[in-house]
Write a protein of this length. Structure first.
Ligand code: PGA
Length: 252
């Protein structure tokens, strides 16, 4: 059976004092959870603090992005090997904010996916359509192309070492969650797209839902057969909310 995973995406939030409090709460609360991996994806400068405060806990952590390049003259870019040095297990790639605000395209995201994987990180590959794309009936075309770009570049077997997060852009930070049925339909589509190339990889792949997940709606989403956890933005900054979401993802 597929495991469950809940990853918090802090985005550009946090400071040393607030992080210390939040991490202390998470560390204590996560000790009681079973059957779900809880991950914290924080801004780069705080990974050192996270490594200090979460070492030896049941939580793991990761970067919110990663360079598609290795070491060299790439001002501002953080390599996968650097993330590894700070104990990261994961790197988010292709988050919609990276795609829309920072101009990342499918080819760049596929390169970042490959760089993360090569360094031994588990990429959390984000895919999802905008409202306009959904309303024009292009969800499958857009999400399919986002998945295909990575499969073409890295091979379908690479998805066996990755996690996919379906995050409809219209649901991120808007308070508008996809209904469990809408999310399930998209997750099933993603799984079938991958199954067409490798049924075993598809069956074992964790597909997270992201977009306004909260303690109040998590259980309904996680009850869907193809939803294996969540990628959590705003609610990941509040210890009780994040832990309630992790709890809702536990397999009963
Ligand atoms: P949200 O963000 O939970 O604040 O909607 C999710 C994400 O962007 O990963």
């Amino acid at each position: 059976m597929r495991g469950r995973l809940v990853a918090g995406n802090w985005k550009s939030n946090g400071d040393l004092a607030a992080n210390q409090l939040l991490l202390g709460h998470l560390r204590a609360a996560a000790a009681g959870l079973q059957g779900v991996d809880c991950v914290v994806c924080a801004p780069y400068p705080y990974l050192f603090q996270i490594q200090q405060l979460l070492a030896g806990s049941t939580l793991t952590w990761g970067g919110q992005d990663v360079s598609q390049f290795g070491a060299g003259a790439y001002t501002g870019a953080v390599t996968a090997a650097m993330l590894r040095e700070f104990g990261c297990r994961y790197a988010i790639v292709g988050h919609s904010e990276r795609r829309s605000i920072f101009g990342e395209n499918n080819a760049m995201v596929a390169a970042k996916f490959g760089a993360a994987l090569q360094a031994g990180l588990t990429p959390i590959l984000c895919v999802g359509e905008t409202l306009q794309e959904r309303e024009s009936g292009a969800m499958e075309q857009v999400v399919g192309a986002q998945i295909d770009a990575v499969v073409t570049a890295a091979g379908v077997a690479a998805l066996g070492k990755a996690v996919v997060a379906y995050e409809p852009v219209w649901a991120i930070g808007t308070g508008k969650t996809a209904t469990p049925e809408q999310a399930q339909a998209a997750h099933a589509f993603i799984r079938s797209r991958i199954a067409a190339q490798d049924a075993v990889v598809a069956a074992e792949l964790k597909i997270l839902y992201g977009g306004s997940v909260k303690a109040a709606n998590a259980a309904q989403l996680f009850a869907m057969p193809d939803i294996d956890g969540g990628l959590i933005g705003g609610a990941a900054l509040v210890a009780e909310e994040f832990m309630a979401i992790c709890k809702a993802a536990q397999r009963h």
